[in-house]
Design a protein around this ligand. Sequence first.
Ligand code: AMP
Ligand code: MG
Length: 347
Amino acid sequence: METKVYYIDEKNDEIIKEASKVIRSGGTVVFPTETVYGLGANALDYKACLKIFKAKGRPQDNPLIVHVADFDISNYVKNVPEKAQILMENFWPGPLTIIMPKSDIIPDEVTAGLKNVALRMPLNKIARKLITYSNLPIAAPSANISGRPSPTSIEHCIEDLNGKVDMIIGGERCEVGLESTVVDTSDGNVTILRPGAVTKEMMEEVVGNVFIDSAVLDRLKEGEKPRAPGMKYRHYAPKSPLIIIQGDLKSSVSYINEKIDENNVKGLKTGVLATDETFKEYKGELKISVGSRKKPGIIAANLFDCLREFDKIDVDIIYAEGFNEDGINLAIMNRLKKAAGYNIVKV
Ligand code: AMP
Ligand code: MG
């Protein structure tokens, strides 16, 4: 199929209205959000939503997040749990997805047969205008081929989805660069199923105790069923194997440099995902800095782009420095661990 691509900003109402017509007629539109680019369709039309799964190659047991532009979500949920209400008031619009009991209007295809629906109100102006002009909730997962790093620029989306969707709009780079925080509130508690820029610490200030689902920190055990079905898939992965080196920075640098020498002898090209603090200390040329450790927000915004860069420079193996797991670093490490298939070496 032919994909229309428009480089626009939020002032280009004409194109955003054209995109909203595509959504209303059951088509698919890639659009920017502050987290990552989304691949959207009418959330109330199961046939339109099936096009999302097809374009991405997404397994149908992985539910979609529904995006709204209005605080009145009563049509889409059975009830709004008390803590969900507090979270909405404090963090919407923004990078927080809240899972609540779904109403019958939300098709089973959207929630992969689950009784709950995941809702988010994005902050990005193009995203909000698109939802408002469509006058519909928009189901939208990240606009990448399933398994690849999520797209943080329009070029990433074109790379993955040109010819597979009706329209791609945007141009700006995503400010946050990691997918939204996902919390389940359906049992009255707040449990993080996927960490993001809205951190545990930030939510605890307004709702008290926040739990972290075990799938956030570690690989699932054989046969264990995750609360967020998406967590069981290998995600965010560059094409070459990635290994995380966890330990103090000095030991990490010398371990990785030893590996670079060893791999050279074997004729293997070694990539390094470094930070500004250590970049110069690594041997060889195949290294990328993800940013300064003093600015974790920037590291979050750069991470997926760096993982995609390694695909372009043709390396056989990649070593990445680890991070602690406070604040937004929990989200950074969660994505890195998944990209590495939980392959971590402690030094
Ligand atoms: P993506 O849209 O690719 O950013 O992924 C959305 C994430 O939210 C996946 O990990 C899904 O499994 C999770 N998710 C979406 N809807 C639900 C739901 N109703 N219940 C539990 N997890 C959900
Ligand atoms: Mg995704």
